[in-house]
Design a protein around this ligand. Structure first.
Ligand code: ZN
Length: 150
């Protein structure tokens, strides 16, 4: 199986069996995001405990890229501390940024920077119109977290 096929399998698995969709008993941060270009919708609910994302619920509808990205994101940030999540968000966006000279792998050893399954979305960069789909859950996450700081 080629790496490309493996990545496609990972994306389809998350799309067909999305993780962390159950509603949370307690929601401390919430945001909804849309990508009108593709019709994607993502809702992010977070339960925070002492600077850690103790619970996450991600729901939505749309293309396989946006929904699998949401599912992978939910697994990647669950149980993580906020500074790690900020780093991971930065790493992911950097990976998806076709103009960024710095590419994934360079600081993969830093805490919170390992992308895991999210690496599977790297191939999306070949289809610039879909990059927005992949980024949607992350921009929605950032919006949810930005509401906390006041
Ligand atoms: Zn899409």
């Amino acid at each position: 199986m080629s790496l490309e096929e493996l990545y496609r399998e990972v994306i389809l698995d998350h799309y067909r069996n999305p993780r962390n969709r159950s509603p949370l008993p307690q929601v401390d941060a919430h945001a909804e995001g849309t990508n009108p270009l593709c019709g994607d919708e993502v809702t992010v609910d977070l339960h925070l405990d002492d600077g850690t994302v103790a619970g996450i619920s991600v729901r939505g509808q749309g293309c396989s890229i946006s929904q699998s990205s949401a599912s992978m994101m939910s697994e990647a940030i669950k149980g993580r501390k906020l500074p790690d999540i900020a780093r991971l968000t930065h790493r992911f966006k950097q990976m998806m940024d076709i103009e960024s000279p710095e590419q994934a792998g360079l600081d993969a050893d830093r805490p919170g920077a390992a992308l895991g399954d999210l690496e599977a979305l790297r191939g999306v960069r070949k289809f610039p119109v879909r990059i927005r789909c992949a980024n949607l859950p992350w921009t929605t996450l950032e919006e949810a977290l930005s509401g906390l700081e006041s």
